[in-house]
Ligand binder design. Structure first.
Ligand code: SF4
Ligand code: FES
Length: 369
């Protein structure tokens, strides 16, 4: 068994935005009792001892935690590479300088679209201008800028404008991430799922932009797996290289696994090492022995690991089945139906999305600073 490479620390699910594509869990009540500063420091220390090299600080909005600078300092002292994944709301000049001082290595800012109205509409709050200001601040303080844009039916046709905006902002890298249909995004799937024509156009724009910008800006773009013949190698395999810890201390092999009917593993009750090596949750789909047919006898099983367990569960109710995205899966018809609906000429344009209820109500109760 390899050591984990990265820890995704979801510090809080509190968030100033209300994105309809949010993949955090639907029911947030059980995440109210957030890990304290000392508990996170223990988790980060144990993770480093286990071999973790990268710490991704996420949420919700990690800047909602008043101890964010302290946690970055702990990780830096341990020699971890630290990455803040943020909406940038709450990134004041003073806070940014403190984070820089504490050793934060990288900042990734999410933006919803290239135009203020659309971006604010998707985020559910006025935030576009503050994000632009935060990107300037990040550049002024000497961090590389990575922008992250979650793509879906509502903003995919703006992809050329999004890429131009990223160039104007001096981004070093842009991640164009197609929506993953977990959590709240699963509820909004029909309003978010792009059509084949939208994707064809987006691929063309990305190809041209890559030729134009060359090495000046890295463009990451992966087509959504509903439109692929094979599934994504989710997490590089279950409990293989990464793990997630949620605000209440649940450790997960992937960020969406809390939806699966599996035994829990919580850092308040167990060490990170025990969870990674011995917990039933992390061993459930590790390796290839658990795989059903057609994966078990397939020569791609070490390439895509049978796809995504959370997607298999969301679509079939059984996380151990072959990911229905795979054209060899006996359940592939489920994906074909969704794709056919998204490409139905009678589909109304501009579908209404249900915004995520405001998670600001979930202010951390147990943070110590
Ligand atoms: Fe991957 Fe399984 Fe499909 Fe083979 S059958 S390509 S291993 S998902
Ligand atoms: Fe959980 Fe893919 S998101 S295994």
């Amino acid at each position: 068994m390899d050591s984990p490479y990265g820890l995704l620390a979801e510090l809080t699910y509190a968030c100033p935005l209300q994105c309809a594509y949010c993949s955090n869990p639907l029911a947030l009540d059980e995440y109210r009792e957030e890990l304290t500063t000392q508990e996170w420091q223990r988790v980060i220390t144990e993770a480093a001892e286990l071999g973790v090299l990268q710490l991704h600080l996420s949420g919700g909005e990690p800047l909602q935690r008043r101890d964010i600078v302290e946690l970055v300092q702990t990780a830096s002292d341990l020699g971890l590479y630290t990455n803040l994944i943020t909406s940038a709301i709450g990134l004041s000049e003073r806070r940014a300088e403190q984070l820089r001082e504490a050793g934060l290595d990288h900042v990734q800012i999410s933006i919803q679209a290239d135009q203020q109205n659309l971006s604010d509409q998707i985020a559910g709050v006025r935030s576009f201008e503050r994000k632009r200001e935060a990107a300037n601040l990040v550049r002024r303080l000497g961090w590389p800028i990575t922008l992250n844009v979650v793509l879906h039916q509502q903003n995919l046709d703006h992809i050329a404008g999004i890429l131009e905006m990223a160039e104007d902002m001096g981004a070093d890298r842009i991640e164009l991430a197609n929506t993953q249909y977990y959590g709240w995004a699963g509820l909004n799937r029909s309003g978010l799922m792009p059509s084949r024509e939208q994707l064809r156009h987006a691929e063309e724009v990305v190809r041209e932009a890559r030729e134009r910008v060359g090495d000046r800006m890295e463009i990451i773009y992966v087509i959504p797996d509903y439109y692929s013949r094979y599934p994504k190698p989710c997490m590089d395999g279950w409990a293989s290289r990464q793990f997630t810890v949620t605000p209440n201390g649940d450790a997960l092999p992937c960020p969406a696994a809390q939806s699966l009917p599996l035994p829990k593993a919580n850092v308040r009750e167990h060490s990170v090492a025990w969870i990674w090596q011995d917990s039933p949750l992390f061993n459930e789909y590790r390796g290839t022995d658990w795989m059903p047919e057609p994966c078990q006898s397939c020569d791609r099983k070490e390439l895509d690991f049978g796809g995504c367990r959370c997607q298999a569960f969301a679509l079939t109710g059984d996380a151990s089945r072959t990911d229905p995205v795979c054209h060899l899966s006996p359940d592939h018809g489920l994906v074909e139906t969704v794709v056919a609906e998204a490409n139905d000429p009678a589909r109304p344009s501009g579908a209404t999305l249900t915004p995520r209820p405001h998670p600001r109500r979930l202010q951390p109760r147990t943070v110590t600073v």
